[in-house]
Ligand binder design. Structure first.
Ligand SMILES: [Fe+2]
Ligand SMILES: [Fe+2]
Length: 233
């Protein structure tokens, strides 16, 4: 077993609270088995903990929020399976849903104080995305696509890969939301087969809602929209 691999597994056991597991032989077998798993099958320990129902100590989300995250995760899971993605990708997508609103109910000024100046200038209600991504990054998660997806799930981002777009759409389409229920049900039924078109329709509706409420549309949201409009042209 490679020493680096053994240390990575040891770290994983520690983060799972198994480092003090009393039966040394069993623990050795477990470490060996985990180390033999191809890296492509493993997700980061922070994501694995979420998938196992353990949320980070820094989570600030009420019960309704946790249920919302679970519904978003279920949608993402189903879409990833529908797209024929690998088992690991399905886990990654599900974990993104479980992670995206971990700080949704935190004090906005508190969140702002921990973010770099460029992000701290964001409107209060969208700070929770960048803040959660930053916490996950500090925990050692280096999955840029997932971190971008979590950070900008409210505003959209032109850099979004498929996961970012899926999370942006799932957050709006999940069945627990009460407004536009028929409209959303129809879009859910078209996912993931009509993925690009549904994401564009979600973005158009969300941007239209902002304009109708006389709210600001961030340049980042317009860049996201333009990147999809260019692809569709
Ligand atoms: Fe959110
Ligand atoms: Fe959400």
């Amino acid at each position: 077993m490679l020493e680096a691999n053994r240390l990575a597994v040891q770290k994983k056991l520690e983060s799972a609270g198994l480092s003090d597991y009393p039966f040394r032989d069993v623990k050795c077998l477990l470490i060996r088995a985990l180390a033999r798993m191809p890296p492509s099958l493993a997700v980061h320990a922070s994501l694995q903990a979420l998938l196992n129902g353990r949320r980070p100590t820094w989570t600030v989300a009420n019960d309704q929020r946790l249920e919302h995250m679970e519904r978003v995760a279920r949608l993402l899971d189903a879409w990833a399976v529908g797209l024929g993605l690998s088992e690991r990708e399905v886990l990654r997508w599900r974990a993104a849903g479980l992670a995206h609103d971990l700080l949704r109910d935190a004090d906005q000024d508190e969140l702002r104080s921990h973010l770099p100046p460029t992000l701290a200038s964001f409107p209060g209600p969208i700070l929770h995305g960048p803040a959660a991504a930053e916490r996950l990054r500090i925990e050692g998660l280096e999955d840029g696509e997932l971190l971008t997806a979590v950070a900008y799930h409210t505003v959209g981002d032109a850099r979004f890969g498929r996961l970012g777009r899926a999370l942006y759409a799932a957050d709006f389409l999940e069945p627990g939301r009460t407004f536009l229920s028929e409209w959303r049900e129809e879009r859910r039924a078209r996912m993931p087969a009509d993925f690009d078109r549904v994401v564009r329709e979600v973005a158009a509706t969300r941007i239209r809602n902002l304009i109708e409420r006389q709210s600001r549309v961030l340049p980042q949201t317009l860049a996201f929209w333009n990147s999809m409009a260019r692809e569709a042209a």
